[in-house]
Design a protein around this ligand. Structure first.
Ligand code: ACM
Length: 518
């Protein structure tokens, strides 16, 4: 544990070190770095129960939860006073701390909540909060982290801890990848076999033993009931996190086909997959498939109030459609130029359905092939090219390129790391990522809503391992999507990191401590 540096010691060390970052004379270890932060002198003693004055008494409770300390709602003299200032940008806040107390002005509820998260990071172990003057707001409205609960299932408690840690980093969008070849994880009351059959695979491939296949002989099962989904969505909302569900189509759908083989172009039978990769069996573009998908999405929209619904669209082999009279019949009837246009037609149909219900579609960048649906938002994962093309067509974009933001990649030389899917995306790589490509005009750049880190769990069977892969890279991601680009500096981030790593470890998180802190 020699890398754990108490915040006060770090403050002095970095203030004196010749390599100290140019963020100011002292290091206040806030991640993501606020848009503007001026250290004052002295501190406020917040070691005693905090008297909170606010427009609503419920803020005292929220402050207590965020800060992990007793609080009391008061109307007179207070230690922490909370108010709203609608002239601040959305999700923004002003935070002033001096010897007399803490004052927060929030643009909105999220702004106050983020100010409290900043106070939580500033507060030292002895309860003192250093004097500071902060004016802060996010650079991007979409600040995302994803979790694949299909390759490996994680229970509600784990998902809530994941959300807590996202909120602490001011990440505001949780992309919940709920369906896959290897498991269907959400209860759909109209189609009980999705979870009776689709939520269980007979076993899981061991390491990378694809050929010959070696399985572990152990069933892997799990799904969320609709009550559990509602509970997670409500929990996230209290953390100012929107949950975007992903229901994959037309590919990555083997688990659904195992449950309802009549939705495929061939007879089956199909089995929930025990191995990773891209699978050939996909939904067939028949009317009964669209009826199924629309019924599923209707239940999904009833559970998730998010504006966006993610429909996947990635990695769709066309072989089954090439060989299917049904698929070829649709191509002819609709005058489509082959299977790529058939996929676009499929996605357009789903987009029209979501649109008619007041929702917007997000898809992986393959939805560009064969032409984009009119209002689709593109999640660019095969590099940034898909995002650039979509922005130039006037579509909104979320950047999630695999080289920079895939947190399932190795983060250091694989020789010293536990088994991962491949790739190499270091903490420095994540930190260096710029979501707005230089080639976009200012008008096109406005379509970049933000960025997201993706956590595919083929090789992450435990919460411990998910944490190891996510932390500290999610801290770099948080700064990429929150902090003004001209304030970002690797040296500054590196100087602020030890206190945040120590806090995560104190909270029981299995952080991969970067080599330069060991
Ligand atoms: C993806 O990683 N297949 C979106």
């Amino acid at each position: 544990m020699k890398h754990l540096v108490p915040a006060a010691a770090l403050f002095l060390a970095s203030a004196c070190s010749p390599g100290a970052p140019s963020e100011g004379p002292v290091t206040l270890s806030v991640i993501p770095l606020p848009a503007s932060m001026e250290a004052g002198s002295g501190s406020f003693d917040a070691s005693q129960p905090l008297r909170v004055s606010a427009p609503a008494d419920s803020w005292a409770l929220t402050a207590g939860e965020v800060l992990g300390m007793p609080t009391e709602a008061v109307s007179g003299e207070s230690d922490l006073s909370i108010a709203f200032d609608e002239s601040l940008p959305a999700e923004g806040y002003r935070l002033q701390v001096d010897g007399d107390g803490i004052r927060i002005d929030g643009a909105d509820d999220a702004g106050v909540f983020y100010a409290l998260q900043t106070v939580r990071q500033l507060r030292n172990e002895d309860g003192s909060v250093p004097a500071v003057d902060i004016v802060d707001a996010p650079r991007f409205p979409y600040r995302g982290l994803h979790l694949d609960v299909a390759r490996h299932f994680f229970p509600v408690d784990m998902v809530k801890r994941y959300l807590d840690r996202m909120a602490a980093l001011k990440l505001n969008t949780f992309h919940w990848h709920l369906t896959e070849d290897q498991g269907w994880r959400i209860e759909i009351s109209g189609y009980p076999r999705l979870t009776e059959v689709g939520s269980c695979r007979s076993e899981t491939i061991v390491e990378k033993n694809f050929d010959p296949f070696v399985g572990d002989g152990t069933p892997h099962c799990g799904f969320y009931t609709q009550d559990e989904v509602r509970d997670v969505v409500a929990y996230a909302a209290r953390l100012h996190i929107t949950v975007i569900p992903e229901i994959e189509m037309p590919g990555h759908s083997t688990a659904a086909l195992a449950a309802y083989p009549e939705l495929a172009c061939t007879d089956g039978p199909f089995e929930v997959s025990t191995t990773w990769g891209v699978h050939s069996d996909i939904y067939c573009p028949k009317e009964e498939t669209f009826a199924f998908l629309e019924n599923v999405l209707t239940e999904v929209m009833g559970l998730f109030p998010s504006r966006y619904i993610h429909i996947g669209g990635d990695e769709v082999p066309k072989i089954r459609w090439e060989e299917s009279s049904v698929a070829q019949g649709v191509i002819q009837r609709e005058g489509l130029d082959g299977e790529h246009e058939l996929q676009s037609w499929f996605i357009r149909r789903i987009e029209a359905f979501l649109g008619a219900h007041g929702r917007s579609l997000i898809g992986w960048d393959e939805i560009l092939e064969g032409g984009l649906a009119p209002n689709a938002t593109v999640m660019s994962w095969r590099g940034t090219e898909g995002g650039i093309a979509a922005a130039r067509q006037g579509h909104d974009v979320i950047m999630s390129p695999n080289d920079d933001l895939y947190l399932d990649h190795y983060q250091a030389d694989p020789a010293g790391e536990p088994l991962a899917i491949g790739g190499l995306t270091t903490l420095e790589d994540v930190y260096a990522f710029e979501p707005v490509p230089a080639e976009l005009t200012p008008e096109e750049a406005r379509h970049v809503l933000g960025a997201q880190g993706n956590v595919w769990t083929e090789y992450m069977a435990t919460e411990d391992y998910v944490e190891y892969m996510v932390f500290p890279r999610a801290l770099a991601l948080a700064e990429v999507v929150w902090t003004p680009v001209d304030r970002r500096s690797w040296d500054g981030f590196a100087a602020r990191l030890p206190a945040r790593v120590a806090a995560l470890e104190a909270d029981g998180v299995n952080v991969r401590v970067p080599d330069f802190l060991r």
